[in-house]
Design a protein around this ligand. Structure first.
Ligand code: AMP
Length: 192
């Protein structure tokens, strides 16, 4: 099964991806997590990405496309994957199509999280507070100012990705404002 979770930052994609990996045993491919790991390790990609990530801006397409191309070659991704946070531009979606076509593979479906974007800022503030309360490090870009920039990047660049997949007939939408368990149920109903 090859799935994409699509939606603005803070929509709950990461939480649902975690549940999907537990239930279906396929890996979560989160470009955000991969980039944060590269930043932590101080790799050349990490150094290139850090300032943009801290500012809530997108990392250049060729950087993330390269990361995903390498990642889907790994053995655990052979049986499928859940992409979370990629593609974020139409160019990334086109590159993914080309990568899969080269292997004779196709996406099963793209699940779009429909959310009330005005409510996301308070959601992200809560996420930061809960993370802090749990004694875990809070993401630098989980503060209202940077978050607003991330939301702008979504509206400006990522919003065009859903129509791209709609035209391919693989887009399914769910209400991402429901309680977490109900979102999971809606996803399971789609993927059967
Ligand atoms: P996320 O964890 O998905 O919210 O991603 C955190 C940050 O990593 C984003 O704000 C971007 O700076 C960068 N990033 C993650 N995925 C991508 C992507 N597919 N394209 C460009 N930048 C990305």
């Amino acid at each position: 099964m090859r799935l994409i979770l699509l939606g603005p930052p803070g929509a709950g994609k990461g939480t649902q991806a975690q549940r999907l990996i537990q239930k279906h045993g396929i890996p979560q491919l989160s470009t955000g997590d991969m980039l944060r790991a590269a930043v932590a390790l101080g790799t050349p990609i990490g150094k290139r990405a850090q300032g943009l990530m801290d500012a809530g801006q997108l990392v250049p397409d060729e950087v993330v496309i390269g990361i995903v191309a390498d990642r889907i070659e790994e053995p655990d991704a052979k049986k499928g994957f859940v992409l979370d946070g990629f593609p974020r531009t139409v160019a990334q979606a086109e590159a993914l199509d080309a990568m899969l076509a080269e292997k004779g593979l196709k996406l099963d479906c793209v699940i779009e999280f429909k959310v009330d974007e005005d409510k996301l800022v308070s959601r992200i503030e809560r996420r930061a507070a809960e993370t802090e309360a749990a004694g875990l490090p809070v993401r630098k870009d989980d503060n209202p100012e940077v978050f607003r920039r991330r939301l702008e990047e979504f509206r400006h660049l990522t919003a065009a990705v859903a129509p791209y997949y709609e035209a391919q007939g693989v887009l399914k939408s769910i209400d991402g404002m429901q309680p977490v368990d109900d979102v999971t149920t809606a996803i399971e109903a789609i993927i059967g």
